[in-house]
Design a protein around this ligand. Structure first.
Ligand SMILES: Cc1cc2nc3c(=O)[nH]c(=O)nc-3n(C[C@H](O)[C@H](O)[C@H](O)COP(=O)(O)O)c2cc1C
Length: 178
């Protein structure tokens, strides 16, 4: 799938078939994740693959919007490493860029995925750290739920010219996108 087509057609997929995801596709998503930009190119991330049904089923106990994990064959926890990047704001930005790359790669590979917010909700951060037995300097930023789609969603077309200015705030003399 062409990059722009993937960006424009990606949607959150929360229903999955029970088909497993191959190691080859997982590797491609991780390659995409680690190709993300990061401040100073520190790449301060770690990715925890979760395919243990017992672990996936426990996440909704501390995350109210994660029930799709009971169906998902895989989740990837995107975590920042506070020893590699001391500025937590950059950690969030870097891990968010990696998270978006995973979503786009999943979509381009024919999979469906949804971003589950972890940071800054303390109960979700603490719950995931405990579940995954992470070390103290590891901050879970997002959890990506992934599987083969059992629902189809079309692109929403969210382009909004009202949110774009030319050169200075409020100047709206812009061409409309088709
Ligand atoms: C930071 C962040 C946190 C999110 N957290 C959740 C979540 O906890 N559960 C969920 O089902 N979707 C979550 N989403 C997905 C959004 O609900 C979704 O992206 C939004 O409704 C737009 O729909 P789309 O992804 O299909 O374009 C999150 C998205 C972001 C960027």
């Amino acid at each position: 799938m062409e990059a722009l087509e993937a960006i424009l057609s990606r949607r959150s997929i929360r229903r999955y078939t029970d088909q497993k995801i191959s190691d080859e596709l997982i590797q491609k998503m991780l390659q995409a994740a680690m190709s993300a930009p990061s401040a100073h190119n520190y790449q301060p991330w770690h990715f925890i693959l979760i395919d243990d049904r017992k672990l996936l089923d426990q996440v909704p106990q501390f995350h109210p919007y994660a029930k799709m994990l009971k169906q998902a064959p895989l989740a990837i926890a995107v975590c920042g490493d506070l020893t590699l990047e001391k500025n937590i704001d950059y950690i969030i930005e870097d891990c968010s860029a990696a998270s978006q790359n995973i979503l786009l790669a999943a979509h381009a590979l024919g999979l469906g995925a949804v971003w589950l917010g972890i940071h800054p909700r303390k109960e979700r951060v603490d719950g995931l750290k405990k579940l995954l037995k992470t070390e103290e300097h590891i901050l879970p930023v997002s959890l990506i739920s992934i599987g083969y789609p059992a629902e189809q969603k079309s692109a929403e077309g969210r382009y909004n010219p009202d949110r774009v200015c030319l050169n200075v705030w409020g100047h709206k003399n812009l061409k409309k996108a088709n």
